[in-house]
Design a protein around this ligand. Structure first.
Ligand code: BV8
Ligand code: ZN
Length: 249
């Protein structure tokens, strides 16, 4: 049941920002960072693997992890939460989708102009000359060897790296600028499925809370709870369609 105050705020919204984390893809079958690593990676910590140091020390292991994640994502579908976010495009005068996720599921659900703060699994590039490389996607379901040598750059023979932002790396400038501008300008920020622990991305919903309404969707408490105007304790795929329904006549 959606509180009347929230329903009214949604319908009055002029510029809505939807800010998402790994939780929005959970019901598509993609483990979050907080989930214990599954399968081949049970004994690795994502925060250890998602670093330039790990790639320098063992490129085959890190590339194998990203190839496994690419195959996993391609075997998944956007869920009702992603689809509700895409449908919101036709409900408010302006909608900005800002995601920490690298899985591309918002785009596959129909969201346009998604701001990807942490890059994408599907935009690998040369680690030396940044030459774009084709996505080394393996057929989903193919058994991924735990170590997989990264492809070599056709321009300089350097190793191809995943097109994501690793821990310790700067966020891409344009997406960051666009996200900060959208958050400054919005009158309502909908924060879905993030533990709000990874900076600087986690600063965005805090910024929105200083000047407007923040609505959080998460089955668990997070660092954002005390800053949010509304805390909706639930899963993205069930709560987001209920919010979308507030716009139906
Ligand atoms: C930088 C791409 C600096 C890679 C990612 C100490 C203090 C403060 C900060 C730091 C510190 N030490 C280091 C830092 C900086 C660091 C950071 O913040 N670390 C954290 C861990 C403390 N940040 C960085 O390194 C950033 N860069 O700071 O550069 C710098 C400065 C100068 C010069 C050079 C550099 C870069 C950060 C980006 C890292 N890359 N991803 C990849 O994917 O492989 S981050 C990655 O983890 C994700 O993208 C995401 O951002 C984050 C995970 O967070 P969530 O998305 O929230 O996922 P999580 O699993 O945490 O939570 C899921 C939530 O969903 C939960 O709350 C759960 O309850 C909920 N949920 C579950 N099911 C559902 C659900 N919700 C709804 N529905 C459901 N069904
Ligand atoms: Zn190169």
């Amino acid at each position: 049941m959606i509180a009347e105050g929230l329903s009214a705020a949604l319908r009055a919204c002029r510029h809505l920002v939807v800010f998402t984390g790994a939780g929005v893809s959970r019901e598509s079958g993609i483990p979050t960072f907080r989930d214990a690593q599954t399968g081949l990676w049970a004994h690795y910590d994502a925060e250890q693997l998602a670093t330039p140091e790990a790639f320098a020390a063992d490129p085959d292991l890190v590339w194998g992890w990203y190839a496994w994640r690419q195959a996993l994502v391609l075997g998944c579908e956007p869920n009702a939460g992603h689809r509700a976010i895409a449908a919101l495009q036709d409900c408010v005068p302006k909608l900005s989708v800002i995601t920490q996720n690298v899985d591309g599921l918002h785009q596959r659900a129909g969201s346009r102009d998604v701001i990807e703060l942490h890059g994408s699994l599907f935009q690998p590039r040369c680690a030396i000359c940044a030459h774009d490389a084709p996505s080394a996607v393996l057929q989903s379901g193919e058994k991924i060897p735990q170590r997989l040598p990264p492809p070599r750059c056709p321009e300089c023979q350097g190793p191809i790296r995943p097109g994501v932002v690793w821990f310790g790396e700067m966020l891409p400038e344009i997406p960051w600028q666009r996200a900060a501008e959208a958050v400054q300008a919005c009158d309502l920020l909908l924060c879905v499925g993030t533990s709000a622990l990874v900076y600087p991305a986690a600063a965005l919903p805090m910024l929105a809370a200083q000047q407007g309404t923040v609505v959080q969707i998460n089955p668990e408490p997070t660092a954002l709870d005390e800053h949010a105007t509304f805390n909706l304790r639930g899963r993205a795929a069930s709560v987001l369609p209920q919010l979308l329904a507030q716009f139906q006549p």
